[in-house]
Design a protein around this ligand. Structure first.
Ligand SMILES: NC(=O)c1ccc[n+]([C@@H]2O[C@H](COP(=O)([O-])OP(=O)(O)OC[C@H]3O[C@@H](n4cnc5c(N)ncnc54)[C@H](O)[C@@H]3O)[C@@H](O)[C@H]2O)c1
Length: 384
C-alpha cells in the first residue's frame, strides 16, 4: 500500500512511518516542523533527543532499503497539497498534521486562532485536495476522544440511535469539547462527514485516547528512530509529565482531585490500530468513527502507577495536588465503547505498568537534560 503520512515528523508520525515500512508498505510524508517550533516557543525540549529530518530520512533509507519521499510544506498551502496528492496518488492518507495541545490553544486569542486555523483549514484543504486529486484514497483522520467530553451516558462510536417525538434516526453523537483545540477536532469531524456524504470520499475518523510510550515493537535499535517525548505544560501529557517529574525527583503534579478519567493506549497499540484501519478501508462515501483506546484510567491511577514503578527503579516519587487550571468536571461518569477496532482484530491488554517502566528507563538516562526545565512542567495557563 502507498501511504502518505501528514505530520510524519511528529510523535505518532515518525514511529508510524517505521511501523508501516516494516510491514512492507511504501511510505511518504509531509510536515512543516510546526511541533518542533511550538515546543521551542514554550522554552522547552523533548526529553528524549530527536534527530533532525535529514538524519531520520537517511536512517530510514538504510534500514528499509528504500527512501522515504518527504515534502516540507504546510497543509495550509492548498496548491502544493493538490500537486503532492496528484504526484503520489496514495492509496491511503493518514492525517496527523495538526496542533495537538489543549493548553496551547487556551493560552490567549492568538494561540486559539492559530490552533483552529491550522487544524480546521489544513483539514479542509485536505478534503478539497483529495476530491480534486485522489477521490478514491482512504483518509484515516486522527480525531480525539476529547471531542465527546464527559457526558453522563455511555459514549458510542460516533453515532447513536435517537427516538424523538415518536420518530427514530441514527445521528452523530453530541460533541462537547473542553478546549479550543478539542473544538477544532469537532469542526474537522463535521467537515469530514460532509465530504464523505457529498463527494463520496472514504473516511475513517479515529477518536483516539491519549497515547503514551517511547518505543514500539518495531522500533529499530538506532537513536535516529527515537520519537519525541515532551513534558512542558502544553505538549506534555499527564503521563509524560509524571515520568519526567519522577526522573528529576520532583513531585508528580495532579491537577485537582485526579478523578478525571480518560481513555489511554500505548504507542504500539495506537499504530497497530491505525494499520488495522488501513488494511480494512471503508467504502466510497462511507464516514465511520472508531473509538481508539486500550483502557480508561483516572489521572490519580496513572500517577500511582508512575510512582510505584519509579520507586521500584530506585526513584521514590511524591504526589502533589495542584489547583486545577482547567475548567473540567473532576467527578464524572465515563463509559466509552471501543468495539469497531476489536472486531477488526485489535486485542486490548493492560500494558500500562510495563510501558510506564520502559518510559522511566528510557527517560532517566536524560535526567540532566530535563532538570533545567523543571519549571516548564508547572501549569501557568488558566482555562477560565
Ligand atoms: N498523541 C496523542 O496522545 C494523541 C491523542 C489523540 C489524538 N491525537 C491526534 O493525533 C495527531 C498526531 O498527534 P501527535 O501527538 O503525533 O502530534 P505531533 O504534534 O507530535 O505531530 C503532528 C505533526 O504534524 C505537523 N503539522 C502540524 N500542523 C501542520 C501543517 N499545517 N502542515 C504540515 N504539518 C503540520 C507537526 O509539525 C507535527 O510534526 C493529532 O491530530 C492529534 O490531535 C494524538
Amino acid at each position: 500500500m502507498n501511504v502518505l503520512i501528514l505530520g510524519v515528523d511528529g510523535y505518532l508520525g515518525w514511529p508510524l512511518a517505521q511501523w508501516l515500512a516494516a510491514a512492507g508498505h511504501t511510505v511518504c510524508g509531509v510536515d512543516n516542523f510546526l511541533r518542533r517550533k511550538a515546543v521551542q516557543e514554550m522554552g522547552s525540549i523533548s526529553a528524549i533527543p530527536i534527530a533532525d529530518w535529514a538524519d531520520r530520512a537517511s536512517a530510514f533509507e538504510a534500514c528499509y532499503s528504500r527512501p522515504i519521499t518527504f515534502y516540507e510544506t504546510s497543509l495550509l498551502d492548498y496548491e502544493r497539497l493538490v500537486a503532492i496528492l496528484g504526484e503520489m496518488v496514495p492509496d491511503a492518507i493518514v492525517h496527523l498534521g495538526e496542533i495537538p495541545s489543549a493548553a496551547y490553544s487556551m493560552r490567549d486569542a492568538e494561540h486559539a486562532a492559530l490552533t483552529q486555523h491550522n487544524n480546521v483549514i489544513g483539514s479542509l484543504n485536505l478534503l478539497w485536495a483529495m476530491r480534486a486529486a485522489c477521490p478514491d484514497a482512504h483518509l484515516l483522520k486522527l480525531g480525539t476522544m476529547g471531542e465527546y467530553g464527559t457526558p453522563n451516558i455511555a459514549i458510542p462510536e460516533g453515532f447513536f440511535e435517537v427516538e424523538f417525538r415518536g420518530r427514530k434516526d441514527i445521528l452523530p453523537f453530541p460533541r462537547q469539547a473542553g478546549s479550543i483545540y478539542h473544538l477544532s477536532k469537532v469542526h474537522d469531524s463535521h467537515n469530514a462527514l460532509f465530504a464523505a456524504k457529498t463527494w463520496g470520499l472514504r473516511i475513517t475518523d479515529v477518536m483516539q485516547g491519549v497515547v503514551y510510550g517511547t518505543r514500539t515493537d518495531r522500533t529499530p535499535p538506532d537513536e535516529r528512530f527515537a520519537t519525541r517525548l515532551d513534558f512542558d505544560e502544553c505538549f506534555g501529557t499527564a503521563i509524560n509529565r509524571f515520568v519526567c517529574q519522577a526522573v528529576i525527583d520532583c513531585p508528580l503534579t495532579i491537577y485537582g482531585s485526579g478523578s478525571q478519567t480518560r481513555g489511554f493506549l500505548p504507542l504500539s497499540d495506537s499504530l497497530r490500530c491505525l494499520e488495522l484501519a488501513l488494511l480494512n478501508p471503508p467504502n466510497r462515501g462511507e464516514y465511520r468513527v472508531f473509538n481508539q483506546f486500550e483502557y480508561t484510567y483516572s489521572i490519580s491511577a496513572l500517577a500511582d502507577v508512575v510512582k510505584q514503578e519509579a520507586t521500584a527503579l530506585g526513584m521514590p516519587a511524591q504526589i502533589e495536588h495542584l489547583a486545577n487550571p482547567r475548567s473540567e468536571c473532576e467527578e464524572h461518569f465515563y463509559q466509552p465503547d471501543r468495539e469497531h477496532l476489536v472486531r477488526l482484530g485489535y486485542e486490548p491488554h493492560d500494558h500500562l505498568t510495563q510501558v510506564v517502566r520502559g518510559m522511566l528507563e528510557d527517560v532517566r538516562v536524560h535526567r540532566s537534560r530535563i532538570e533545567p526545565y523543571a519549571q516548564n512542567m508547572r501549569p501557568s495557563i488558566q482555562w477560565s
